[in-house]
Design a protein around this ligand. Structure first.
Ligand code: ADP
Ligand code: MG
Length: 472
C-alpha cells in the first residue's frame, strides 16, 4: 500500500525494531549474569537491584480476613478492601483515583497527605464501624518504585521512576510518611506491610490457586512500567547480612521473594536494542539513563516512541505535509507523553475499511486529521514498537525460569502471574511474548509448559496477603 520514499523509510524503521533469535539468547544470558550479581552485591551499576522483600512464605489459599490495601502505581492510586474467604476466593471493593500530575513532581507531604485523605474517604464509606469502634484495620501498601527494604513494614525510597520526581522523598521511609499523615487525620488504619506490585501479583496467584496450571514462579507487571518478582533460595542472597540469614533460618525460613527491578536491566546498553527514538524518549524522561529496559517495553513509553517517530517522519517531509511549519502541527502531537499507548491497541487491530476507526481515534485523541497512507504508516509503526516491546518482555521471564531451573523435571508446568493494562489489554501482547520465549534457551518445549495468566487485582490482593502475614 505504501510507495516510494515513505515505504523505504517505514521498512527501515521496522528493521530497527526487529528482534532476532540471536539477540534474545544473548540477552537472556546477560540477564542471568546481572541477576546473579545483584544477589551478591549492592550498588553495582551493571547488576540488577534484586531487592530482598522479607516475604518468606507463599499463601496456600486458606488465608482468611478483611484487610485494606492501597496501590500507588504509575497512573492510578487504588484503595481497596479485600475479604479473603479462605477458600482461594476473595471479595473486593475498590476506589480508583487518577494521580494528579502536579503531585508526581511536588513534595512528599503533598503526595502522602493526598493519599491519606483518599484512604480516609474510603474507610468512612466502607468501614464505618472501624471508625466508630476505633479498631484499627491492617493495610498493605503496594508501592511500585525501587525501595531499600529493611523489614516487612519499612523501606526507604531509592529512586523514582515513571512520571514521578519528588526529590525530598528519596531516602525516606514511605511507611512512616504515610502512617504520619493517617494519624494526623485520625484514620483507624495501621500500615503493616510494604509490598511491591510484582510481589503482590506472585502472592495473589498463589492464593487463588494457580496450582492447576503448575506453581506460580513469577509475578510480573506490564503497565505504566515493568518489573518482576520470584522466590529465591535464602542461601543465594549473599548480600543479606549473615546475621539476618541465620536468624531467618533458625525460624525455618529457606526462601525469600526477590523484587528484581528488571525495569533497570542493562542500563549500560550492553545488549539492548537502541534507536534514535529510544534516546530521545530517555532524554525527555524524569530519570535519564535509568530504567532503560522499561523504556523499551512498558505503557508509559510505547506511545511516546511512536510520537517521536511521527515527528521525525514529518520533519523528513514524509507525512502530514499539510502543516507548513512544525509549530502549526496539532498541539497534542507536539506535546510529550500525549500519545497514550492505549490508542495503539486500537491501531494494532484496526481492520476497518481505510482504517476509519484509527482515523476517528487520532482525531479525538490528538486532534489530528490523517490520510489513509498516514494511517497505514501509523499502524505499521505501532506493530513494530509493540512487537519489540512484547519480545523484550520474554527476556526476564525466560531468564528467571532458566536460572531457577523451574522447568526442569518430567512434565513440569509453571504459572507466570501477570498484571498491568499492557499485558491485559494490548491485543496479542502475550502471544508475541510467548513466540519470543520459544526462541530463547527455553525453546518451544519450555514455552509450551509455561502459562501466562492475568492476576486480576493481583497487586491489591497480594498487598492484603502481605499485611495478613505481618504481626500487628
Ligand atoms: P499502573 O501502572 O498505574 O498500575 P496500569 O496497569 O493500568 O496502571 O497501566 C497504565 C498504562 O497502561 C498506561 O501507560 C496506559 O497508557 C497503558 N494502557 C492502558 N490501557 C491500555 C490498553 N488498552 N492497551 C495498551 N496500553 C494500555
Ligand atoms: Mg499496577
Amino acid at each position: 500500500m505504501l510507495t516510494g520514499e515513505v515505504r523505504t523509510r517505514v521498512e527501515d524503521i521496522e528493521k530497527q525494531f526487529s528482534v532476532s533469535e540471536e539477540f534474545l539468547k544473548k540477552a537472556v544470558t546477560f540477564f542471568i549474569e546481572c541477576a546473579d550479581k545483584g544477589l551478591k552485591v549492592k550498588n553495582d551499576p551493571e547488576a540488577l537491584l534484586m531487592i530482598p522483600t522479607f516475604v518468606t512464605s507463599i499463601p496456600t489459599g486458606k488465608e482468611k480476613g478483611v484487610l485494606l490495601a492501597i496501590d500507588l502505581g504509575g497512573t492510578n492510586f487504588r484503595v481497596v478492601s479485600v475479604a479473603l474467604n479462605g477458600d482461594h476466593t476473595f471479595d473486593l471493593v475498590q476506589a480508583k483515583n487518577p494521580i494528579p500530575v502536579d503531585l508526581m513532581k511536588g513534595t512528599s507531604d503533598e503526595l502522602f497527605r493526598w493519599m491519606a485523605e483518599k484512604i480516609h474517604d474510603f474507610v468512612k464509606e466502607n468501614h464505618s464501624n472501624a471508625v466508630e469502634s476505633g479498631n484499627r484495620l491492617k493495610m498493605g501498601f503496594t508501592f511500585s518504585f525501587p525501595i531499600d527494604q529493611t523489614s516487612l513494614d519499612s523501606g526507604t525510597l531509592t529512586r523514582w521512576s515513571k512520571h514521578f520526581n519528588i526529590p525530598d522523598c528519596i531516602g525516606k521511609d514511605v511507611v512512616k510518611l504515610l502512617q504520619y499523615h493517617l494519624d494526623a487525620l485520625k484514620v483507624p488504619v495501621v500500615v503493616s506491610a510494604l509490598a511491591n506490585d510484582t510481589v503482590g501479583t506472585l502472592l495473589a496467584r498463589s492464593y487463588t490457586g494457580a496450582d492447576k496450571e503448575g506453581k506460580t514462579k513469577i509475578g510480573c507487571i506490564f503497565g505504566t512500567g515493568t518489573n518482576g518478582a520470584y522466590e529465591e533460595d535464602l542461601d543465594n542472597i549473599t548480600k543479606l547480612p549473615q546475621s539476618i540469614r541465620n536468624e531467618l533460618k533458625a525460624k525455618g525460613v529457606r526462601k525469600m521473594v526477590i523484587n528484581t527491578e528488571w525495569g533497570s536491566f542493562d542500563n549500560k546498553l550492553r545488549v539492548l536494542p537502541n534507536t534514535k527514538w529510544d534516546e530521545q524518549v530517555d532524554k525527555l524522561s524524569p530519570n535519564p539513563g535509568f530504567h532503560l529496559f522499561e523504556k523499551r517495553v512498558s505503557g508509559m513509553f510505547m506511545g511516546e516512541i511512536l510520537r517521536q517517530i511521527l515527528l521525525d517522519l514529518y520533519r523528513e517531509g514524509l507525512i502530514l505535509q499539510q502543516y507548513r511549519t512544525e509549530d502549526k502541527l496539532p498541539h497534542r502531537l507536539r506535546t510529550a507523553w500525549d500519545l497514550d499507548t492505549e490508542a495503539m491497541s486500537l491501531f494494532e487491530i484496526d481492520d476497518s475499511t481505510d482504517l476509519k476507526a484509527s482515523e476517528l481515534k487520532l482525531e479525538q485523541m490528538l486532534r489530528l486529521p490523517t490520510t489513509v497512507e498516514e494511517r497505514v504508516v501509523i499502524q505499521r509503526l505501532t506493530r513494530a514498537i509493540a512487537h519489540r516491546s512484547s519480545s523484550l518482555a520474554a527476556v526476564p521471564i525466560s531468564a528467571i525460569l532458566l536460572k531457577s531451573h523451574a522447568l526442569d523435571g518430567h512434565n513440569v508446568n509453571v504459572d507466570v502471574g501477570a498484571d498491568g493494562s499492557v499485558v491485559e489489554f494490548y491485543p496479542g501482547f502475550r502471544t508475541m511474548m510467548r513466540d519470543a520465549i520459544a526462541q530463547t534457551q527455553l525453546g518451544p518445549k519450555g514455552e509450551r509448559r509455561l502459562h501466562v495468566n492475568i492476576a486480576k487485582d493481583g497487586s491489591s490482593v497480594g498487598a492484603a496477603l502481605c499485611a495478613l502475614s505481618s504481626e500487628f
